[in-house]
Design a protein around this ligand. Structure first.
Ligand code: AKB
Length: 322
């Protein structure tokens, strides 16, 4: 049975991956860590610790105390925040990653590291973006994601650290808000539709991006770590895809279920420029062949589920909308 330490456990992915890993491996085998002290509330039962994962000594001590053999390293700044604070993005996204990889090397841990569609740039083929292709991103987030992918490959090749990962598309969920990404509109739109029946989108019509519903993202993170290493040609930074849509497509899917819903646009030039440099859809055949990746949710199934959950929350008076 794996003994897991998660960094960034209170974030968008962490707050749902923590319970999923606890369900799969046993609550006591999963130590949730984050900078935030209110972690106990956000990730259910099981051990927790406050941790700055850039502090190698503190991380190594927790790995030892918990007898962790696997680190899910989720702490990172997302693309829009990274563009506002590029120096912080380098410090957090790269500084913490190299610290985690060093501790993993010394303590013999496997590592999960999420990369992103942000690892691609304007010169990358934008449709059915291949697994192995041009990566010249123009955002600081993208720079840290490409450098992170390379660093993970290096730690595997040079030191044999079993570091694996996927390139996540925009992730949509109804638990924790994303906070600072370019794809966040696709989460916010559902909350605003249920709360107010309207939404102002910061991306232009026609801006297609790869997206994925959280349950699929959680499975991808767990399945790649459990994959048979003999079948892995790539190991790190697998493209994983589920659906590709533009703002008007998600609005139409919502309008099918909430006919009075309306959307307009006030474009944010920073996030629009980032979105315009990212793939419209990724080719995830390497993940499908090497470890059996297959998404379960498309736009229609995701919209049914998001609106069902958020409508029920609104009925109970528990819908919190920014
Ligand atoms: C972001 O928008 O920054 C993230 C991502 C696609 O990596 N959701």
């Amino acid at each position: 049975m794996r003994r897991i330490l998660i960094t960034g456990a209170a974030g968008q992915i962490g707050s749902e991956l923590t319970p999923a890993l606890r369900a799969a491996f046993g609550a006591d085998n999963v130590l949730a860590t984050d900078l935030r002290a209110d972690l106990d509330k956000s990730c259910g039962g099981g051990p927790t610790a406050v941790l700055d994962c850039g502090d190698g000594q503190a991380l190594a001590a927790l790995v030892e105390r918990h007898r962790a053999d696997t680190i899910y390293h989720l702490a990172a700044l997302l693309s829009a925040v990274a563009e506002r604070r590029p120096q912080d993005a380098w410090r957090v996204n790269m500084g913490c990653l190299v610290t985690v990889l060093e501790v993993a090397r010394q303590k013999g841990c496997a590592v999960f590291h999420p990369s992103s569609i942000g690892a691609f740039g304007p010169t990358t083929p934008r449709d059915r973006t291949p697994q192995d292709t041009i990566q010249r991103p123009t955002s600081m987030y993208g720079v840290t994601k490409v450098a992170g992918e390379l660093l993970c490959d290096y730690y595997h090749l040079r030191y044999g650290v079993d570091v694996r990962g996927v390139r996540f598309p925009g992730i949509i969920s109804n638990v924790a808000p994303p906070g600072g990404g370019t794809t966040d509109y696709a989460v916010d739109i559902y909350y605003q539709a249920v709360a107010h029946g309207r939404y102002t989108c910061y991306l232009k019509p026609g801006t297609f991006l790869d997206m994925m519903y959280m349950p699929d993202a959680l499975r991808a993170a767990i399945e790649v770590m459990e994959a048979d290493p003999k079948r892995l040609v790539h190991r790190n930074a697998f493209n994983v895809a589920a659906m590709s849509f533009a703002p008007e497509d998600i609005a139409a899917a919502i309008r099918k279920r909430l006919p009075d819903f309306t959307m307009d646009h006030t474009v944010d030039p920073v996030r629009q420029a980032i979105a315009d440099s990212w793939p419209r859809s990724m080719d995830d055949s390497a993940a499908r062949v090497e470890w059996g990746w297959k998404p379960r949710f498309d736009l229609e199934a995701m919209t049914d589920d998001m609106l069902r959950v958020l409508t029920e929350r609104k009925r109970r008076g528990e819908l919190r909308v920014g």
